[in-house]
Ligand binder design. Structure first.
Ligand code: GLA
Length: 407
């Protein structure tokens, strides 16, 4: 069982020490981008719906060093490959390349700054460190994308707003990486606010900050990483997106809808007869009911109706499991253990699923025994060790101006 305790300044120290020889006497700038945990609203983003995530205090750290070379170099403490690409190569590429491994994510973003980068007299060295578990539903890839975009915007002094950054990094993931993700991850990582969740309207690409009063009154968010590696995530993800598009096209024959989430929840009982394919019916039922759960969740948060929050989380998991089929045996077992643990108010898978993390609302004074109990039962039933993070809603991407801000 692991709990995360390192501060931002510990993490920058680790990064500086690791690359001490390369960083010596170099001018450099420091940036941080969080990960995100989605509280509720899964697979509603690319259907024009609402989502309710918050940025967390785990994330990705970057030291950016300007160089005189006509190239970009990428180093990561978590990855063995050091990747270099010239300006020429950047210009000639429009798609990910196997040889660039993990660096495809920052390179995808560089592509969107191509014109400014080509005019810029030199290049950049990027030194990354991350403490987000990779491929686990906490958006490590969106974190490195938003971080890269924000660092380039700040250093090259371009006029991109945080919203522009969210949109351009999503486009980078859609076209360069070839994952047809929605806007949630990049948007939440760009706009996160301490102690708040974000209610994001993915159709308008705008948000409202949402306070979480129950966190002052004895409750906490607990993220549990199942450590079950995600399988087939990218292809299954794109497949789900296509199924939603098919369901929408059928419904559009009869209803005036722009996106699936526009379908009125009050008519959900009519869905089955409108969609004669059973699979498309279940996919659409998840999306439309999840949209309603987000609305109900936001109301319950404002009224500090803790039990209601738990019920909605549990219902969301059930719908993701049965109707949308993006959970899996191990994740279902972990959620079941949580839901049956004394002091856990609600539990569900979070993010794209197919393995990865769960999000749990727990009674704060019981968190130690909850962690102990879930860890042991999970190990006994699934033979895996879970990791636990008590999540803090955190600020979105930002530059670290001086050492004091790191604390
Ligand atoms: C991934 C995607 C998001 C969203 C979630 C599922 O995290 O990047 O856009 O679709 O899955 O809610």
């Amino acid at each position: 069982m692991r709990q995360h305790k390192a501060t931002h300044s510990d993490c920058f120290n680790t990064l500086e020490q690791h690359y001490a020889s390369k960083l010596a006497r170099q001018e450099s700038e420091r940036f941080f981008a969080p990960g995100r945990v989605n509280l509720i609203g899964e697979y509603t983003d690319f259907n024009g719906g609402l989502v309710l995530p918050c940025a967390i205090d785990l994330g990705t750290y970057l030291i950016l060093v300007p160089t005189k070379k006509q190239e970009f170099a990428f180093f990561s403490m978590q990855e063995p490959e050091e990747v270099r690409i010239s300006k020429q190569q950047l210009m000639q590429t429009s798609h990910k390349q196997a040889a660039w491994a993990w660096a495809n994510y920052p390179i995808a973003v560089l592509k969107h700054f191509e014109t400014v980068l080509l005019e810029h007299p030199g290049g950049f060295d990027f030194f990354f460190y991350g403490n987000l578990p990779v491929a686990s539903g906490l958006s490590s890839s969106a974190s490195i994308e938003v971080l890269t975009a924000f660092a380039l915007k700040s250093t090259l002094d371009t006029k991109h707003s945080l919203r522009d950054i969210a949109l351009l990094t999503q486009a980078a993931e859609n076209h360069f990486i070839d994952v047809q993700c929605g806007i949630m991850d990049q948007y939440a990582i760009a706009h996160g606010l301490e102690q708040h969740a974000l209610l994001i309207d993915c159709q308008q690409v705008s948000h409202t900050d949402i306070a979480m009063p129950m966190l002052e009154n004895g409750y906490q968010w607990l993220i549990i990483n199942s450590n079950k590696t995600r399988q087939l995530r990218e292809s299954k993800y794109n497949e789900r997106r296509q199924e939603c598009d098919e369901a929408l096209a059928l419904l559009q024959n009869k209803y005036s809808l722009e996106q699936l989430c526009d379908f009125p929840f009050a008519h959900i009982n009519k869905l089955e007869q409108e969609l004669n394919k059973e699979l498309l019916f279940r996919r659409a039922r998840h999306v439309i009911s999840e949209q309603q759960r987000v609305l109900d969740f936001a109301t319950a948060l404002a009224n500090a109706e803790v039990e209601k929050l738990g019920e909605l989380m549990n219902a969301s998991h059930q719908s993701l499991k049965k109707d949308f089929e993006v959970s899996g045996d191990i994740l279902d077992e972990l959620v079941k253990i949580s839901q049956n643990t004394e002091g856990v108010v609600g539990a569900r898978m979070t993010g794209a699923g197919f393995g990865g993390c769960t999000i749990n609302l727990v009674e704060a004074d019981k968190s130690e025994t909850i962690i102990q109990h879930i860890g042991e039962s999970y190990q006994e039933r699934c033979g895996l060790n879970a990791d636990f993070y008590l999540a803090k809603a955190s600020r979105g991407v930002h530059q670290i101006q001086d050492r004091y801000e790191n604390q």
